[in-house]
Design a protein around this ligand. Structure first.
Ligand code: SF4
Ligand code: SF4
Length: 373
């Protein structure tokens, strides 16, 4: 483990840019901490934090100059790896036929994601399984993902809606990064403890002024991260949860949720693991040019389950049940893990504050089966 002083952190951004990466990181925009192109440490949310609760989000000034003292915001990295709109191909009339122009993958940017939280590493690992590690590969995703560099940042404070500890996905990054930083502000110091996670990370660190961390500095970081873990406000008991939810398919709580849920799909848009999309064809007025676009879709929209002969999920009750049971139950059969990493975004950004941890707990506690964990 190594130490990089605050004054030398710019060197890491410069080294990434020197290696040809487009650096993307957190910055304050439109009253939120969002992700955007980063050229300088000065663009980070220095001295800002966020305040999150079910159905509410805000940012506030801190009394110090911390760069990473906030938790996950409305954006997730899927915005870059799995963009909300993607042109799959264009077709231009040529003689009696059409010339097809597929979406290019050779000119895609090489991203360096700066400030990736531990739960987000888990979310990226989940989307890797879906888009590139299984039988079917998304070429666009794979090209971006394979060339991406990940600079993780450990959470030294937990947000109001996080429950990564329950999902075993945080707050400390354990794998899946090139470098992982922990921001330390104590005893008049402001520096970063750096863990190297790959040969790429090692070569990047060589370009940044750094020194070996002393044992006391490593212990200090362990203590800071343990304190964050202990302060986690929300929990989700995952013991036998897939089975509990399956056994309670007709539980009255689903109807109770439906009375509050607006079926707005916010929860799926902000979720870093949700991956559903639809495909739309558009043509110009002449009929000479057509394009096929992929865009994010959601199991909360009525069109999502429209098939010949009708719609199999007409009610909000069935749509919310589908979403939650997929995340916390069926996903395990499909992909070997739960589809939730405990980031809390769906709780914060739900306009009526529906909380997946509270709903799952309510179903468990009033289980209609004898199985209650
Ligand atoms: S279901 Fe909610 S808490 Fe879980 S990963 Fe998605 S947004 Fe985060
Ligand atoms: S749970 Fe909340 S965010 Fe999700 S669809 Fe319902 S109202 Fe919208």
């Amino acid at each position: 483990m190594f130490i990089v002083e605050l004054s030398d952190l710019q060197g890491l951004i410069t080294a990434l840019q020197g290696n040809g990466y487009a650096v993307i990181g957190p910055t304050v925009r439109d009253g939120a901490i969002t992700f955007d192109t980063l050229n300088s440490v000065d663009e980070l949310p220095r001295g800002w934090t966020d305040v999150q609760e079910a159905g509410s989000y805000g940012i506030r000034r801190r009394e110090d100059d911390a760069l990473f003292a906030y938790n996950v915001g409305p954006h997730s990295w899927k915005k870059f790896l799995f963009p909300s709109r993607l042109r799959l191909f264009a077709a231009q009339k040529a003689g009696k036929g059409f010339e097809v122009d597929p979406a290019p993958t050779g000119t895609l940017p090489r991203y360096a994601f700066f400030g990736v939280r531990s739960c987000e590493l888990a979310a990226i690992a989940i989307q890797d399984k879906i888009f590139m590690d299984g039988k079917y590969t998304d070429k666009h995703y794979k090209t971006l993902r394979k060339s991406a560099c990940i600079i993780a940042v450990n959470c030294v404070r937990v947000g109001g809606t996080c429950f990564c500890d329950s999902m075993n996905t945080g707050p400390r990054a354990k794998a899946g990064f090139d470098l992982a930083l922990t921001e330390v502000m104590a005893d008049g110091k402001h520096h970063f403890l750096v863990e190297v996670g790959s040969p790429l990370g090692k070569s990047l660190l060589q370009k940044v002024t750094h020194r070996e961390a002393q044992d006391a500095e490593k212990v200090q970081v362990d203590r800071i991260l343990k304190a964050a873990e202990d302060k986690m406000g929300r929990t989700l008991d995952t013991q036998k949860l897939p089975r509990v939810l399956q056994d309670n398919f007709e539980h009255p709580r689903w109807e109770d949720i439906a009375k509050r849920c607006l079926s707005c799909a916010n929860c799926t848009m902000v979720c870093p693991t949700c991956f559903c999309s639809t495909v739309e064809d558009v043509t110009d007025l002449t009929g000479d040019h057509a394009e096929r676009w992929r865009r994010w879709d959601s199991c909360f929209t009525t069109d999502f389950t429209k098939v010949a002969g009708g719609n199999m999920r007409m009610s909000t009750r069935t749509r919310y049940r589908q979403w939650m049971t997929h995340k916390l139950s069926n996903w395990v059969e499909q992909f070997g893990t739960m589809g939730c990493v405990g980031c809390g975004r769906c709780i914060t950004w739900c306009p009526v504050g529906i909380d997946i941890t509270a709903e799952a707990t309510a179903i468990r506690e009033n289980s209609m089966s004898t199985l209650n964990g």
